[in-house]
Design a protein around this ligand. Sequence first.
Ligand SMILES: [Zn+2]
Length: 369
Amino acid sequence: MQFKSVVGQQALKKNLILGVKSGRISHAQLLCGSEGQGTLALAVAYAQYLNCENPGDDDSCGVCNACNKYQKLIHPDLHFTYPTIGANVLSANFMEEWRAAFLESPYFNSSQWLQRIGTENKQGNITAAETHEIIRKLSLKMFEGPYKVLIMWLPEFLGKEGNVLLKLIEEPTDNTILLLVTEDRDKILSTIQSRTQIVQLSRLSEEEVYNGLQLIYSLPSEQAATIAKISDGNFNAAIALIDEVENNFHEIFREWMLACVKSQMKDVLSKIEEMNTLGRVQLKNLLCYGLYVMRACILYNNGVYKQIIANTSDEPFISKFGQLINQKNIYPFAQEFSDAIYHIERNANPKITLLNLSLQVEKLFKVKV
Ligand SMILES: [Zn+2]
């Protein structure tokens, strides 16, 4: 995995590369980020850069022997530890599933992983046996080098077992780098936190998610733009939305709102018929898109958003629609949309839900400051 395939995090990538170039490489690092920010992807890209035979100024070369092996996760000096299930289970038992999951998309979360290894309803953990296996593996001679790397995904699953690793974290064996990748820093043993260098990932911007969707999934621009708006900086959520978001949400939403503003019941009903054909999942996402638009309008009205959407296809609509959204009606608007999403998720009749929502929306448009 090269840095260029990791979505966003530009400043951090630069910093990590600078550290390698100047020989300032901390032997135990704790990469912190929340779901969908790409902590695991970044850890692997960083490890590949460390071992690349011909690293460039902003990325590993992608073609040398080490890069080739890293890209398939088969480099003999690259080790992984991740949550599994059962008392004496080792991560290595699930290496095949791990490679498949990572190569599909390195943005998955813990429940997707546990579901993949067939343990959906059980709690995952990193076992005591695994911690001893880590110590054993890292004491072995290096095969190809220049670094042995252990990437531990979600050390929050360690529990007290983690204390066995303290000595290793404090004084790693020669040329060994430990990369701990967490999505919930508060759950990490403080004894581990105090012995590692913290590397904090940042929230992905809408633009970064948009670019990532275009680059990695070659999505049409409108669909990528809509998903980027709904996914709220979580690239894992964005990926899940690919099959669930039509690229004409903007059109449907605009026409529906227009019919509500003008109180044209005939048009409102025909829009409801059209939305009803979308299916429950798409409908829910359409309503999430609506929530996004409301939020964007308030930001636009306060001047915060103007520069962000200047000259984008959103601007004409948001600038006009924004005139109907104000401080008095924004909260009831958001509440009505959230309620409708809640009902759609719980199998309420979509037509009745949409009709109720349309009537409320029509009233709220008339509220003036
Ligand atoms: Zn290389």
